[in-house]
Ligand binder design. Structure first.
Ligand code: NAP
Length: 513
């Protein structure tokens, strides 16, 4: 049952004098029944202190302890799936198929971290015994604060990849719930809390704080006991939290995933050969009402004769489309404001808005695009801007003018080898993931996924927030020099009791010393 309380290290607290807020059904614009309590400064302090006090014990959890914890979270989530899906839909208006798909993705990504812990190699045990005996491995960072994301109430929120990767790294976590889906977040927090109790873990390992004020996030990120931050959301939010973290007496890493326009580059021969291109792009742009971080917001097409008119073809595909509402009226209002600005922008050659849904398309010449930086800003929602280039060289110039991106997609034919090579060379320094087929929406959760990119896509392009490598955000290397074997962590002991694949004097091996 959802009660609107805050979870402070195992105790669901109610404070009668706390500020209250409600969630809203985006379909009906009706407020939902529960009064959620905004966490107070005292509750925030106590959650941080309990988490910090639990760290010595949490950091020593074995791989088996962590596996059991993650498996219990999955069991607890599965036991409340119907209530969770119903609440998710009420708070987000996303359809049942999306809700169940995101639920499955959430439990599947937890299972990927279980597999990672079973192998254990992620700790990168490295032994060099000649000269000083040096043994190095990755160790947990400390208390991590995670911000739930509005556009993924499950997979990027309370038990999403950020939280689970931090637990897998043996870090305590405080979740700042996203106020747009506070009920969904509370149900998930209840499941995690039950798993904490079942596994007999220190309750400080997990707290869950609600609120719709920047003060909560600000107080958390400024607290000296917090050692790292995970965030997905707006550029303004991510950058503000990053700046706050750098102003602390002891700066800490903030892994913020922010805006990206995920360009798709299309050569002239691809435009000629692929009749299904416009429809595929239209589907990707409008998927989830355009509220995906990897939504393609920019299509750069080489169309010297103008005969292919991709913008017109995409417009035809979205003309009669029906889409669910956006997840919150604030996000819709921001989208509408940006569309209004674009509609009135006389530099656009075309602007088309569907009458049946929020989807919209703009079209502009490459020369105009290159001269107007405002056209490079993310429009979060089902919108894309087609940039028409009259040569491959102009296509390359557009690529060169872009800022950091989560993804870049290159669609060409084998006859385009020269231009594709040049484009790839440009894009390697611009994007975290470069696709050569299909569309960028759809992010597989595997160890080879890269969901990150140069600023402003993220605040640290060296890491990913999707896939099992997300764990490396919460780990740091520690080397032990001439340490007695009995005092070493198991991963570094002579007898290799975990049977880990380690690097020993330059060789990968599971051998003992
Ligand atoms: P948001 O405004 O960035 O908020 C995300 C979370 O961060 C909320 O919990 C918010 O807390 C907190 N926060 C934001 N700014 C803060 C600050 N200065 N100090 C402390 N905490 C702060 O994102 P949103 O509410 O999800 O959506 C707003 C816009 O973000 C959208 O219209 C869209 O443009 C963008 N967005 C982008 C992506 C993406 O993947 N690129 C995903 C989601 C949203 P409070 O609300 O409690 O203050």
């Amino acid at each position: 049952m959802i009660e609107g309380k805050n979870l402070i290290a195992g105790i669901w607290e109610s404070q009668s004098d706390s500020i209250k807020f409600k969630t809203v059904n985006p379909k009906t614009q009706q407020e939902l029944a529960v009064d959620f309590q905004q966490a107070t400064p005292d509750q925030i302090s106590r959650a941080v202190e309990a988490a910090s006090a639990s760290f010595p014990q949490v950091s020593e959890l074995t791989f088996s302890d962590r596996i059991r914890f993650l498996e219990c979270i999955v069991e607890e989530l599965e036991s409340i799936q119907p209530e969770l899906i119903a609440t998710y839909q009420l708070e987000s208006a996303l359809p049942e198929g999306r809700a169940n798909g995101e639920f499955q993705r959430t439990v599947d990504q937890i299972s990927r971290f279980v597999e990672l812990l079973k192998k254990g190699t992620f700790v990168k045990a490295t032994l060099h015994t000649a000269g000083p005996d040096l043994r190095k491995m990755l160790a947990p960072l400390g208390l991590i604060v995670i911000f739930g994301a509005s556009n993924f109430p499950l997979a990027f929120s309370t038990a999403g990849g950020d939280t689970i990767s931090a637990f897998a790294a043996a870090c305590p976590v405080i979740v700042k719930a996203h106020p747009y889906h506070a009920g969904t977040s509370e149900l998930v927090a209840q499941a995690i809390s039950k798993a904490v109790t079942r596994c007999d873990l220190p309750h400080g390992i997990f707290s869950h704080l609600g609120g719709q004020s920047h003060d909560i996030g600000g107080q958390l990120v400024s607290h000296p006991a917090v050692k790292g931050v995970g965030f997905t959301g707006s550029f303004a939010g991510g950058k503000a939290l990053y700046d706050l973290a750098q102003q602390r007496g002891q700066p800490i890493p903030v892994f913020a995933e922010m805006g990206s326009i995920n360009p798709i580059f299309i050569t002239e021969s691809k435009l000629q050969s692929d009749g299904a291109l416009a429809e595929a792009i239209a589907q990707s742009v409008t998927l989830g009402t355009g509220q995906f971080c990897t939504n393609p917001g920019l299509i750069v097409a080489c169309d010297p004769s103008g005969q292919f008119d991709l913008a017109q073809k995409i417009s035809d595909s979205i003309r009669d489309l029906e889409l669910p509402p956006m997840v919150h009226s604030n996000i819709q209002a921001q989208y509408d404001k940006q569309l209004f600005g674009l509609q009135g922008n006389d530099k656009l050659d075309k602007f088309f808005k569907s009458k049946t849904c929020a989807a919209a398309i703009g079209s502009v010449s490459a020369a105009t695009f290159l001269s107007d930086t405002s056209l490079k800003e993310e429009v979060f929602g089902p919108f894309t801007l087609v940039v028409v280039c009259n040569s491959s060289e102009v296509l390359l110039a557009v690529a060169g003018a872009l800022e950091g991106q989560l993804t870049a997609t290159v669609l060409g034919e084998s006859s385009d080898a020269t231009i594709l090579k040049s484009l790839l060379s440009q894009l390697k320094s611009k994007a975290g993931r470069i696709l050569f087929q299909g569309v960028p929406t759809g992010v597989a959760v595997t160890e080879a996924m890269q969901h990150g990119g140069p600023f402003p896509a993220t605040t640290d392009s060296r890491f990913t927030s999707v896939g099992t490598d997300a764990i490396y955000r919460w780990l740091r290397p520690v080397a032990f020099q001439d340490c007695p074997n009995a005092l070493l962590p198991d991963a570094l002991k002579d007898e290799n009791p975990l049977n880990l694949l380690r690097t020993v004097n330059g060789e990968f091996t599971t051998a003992t010393l």
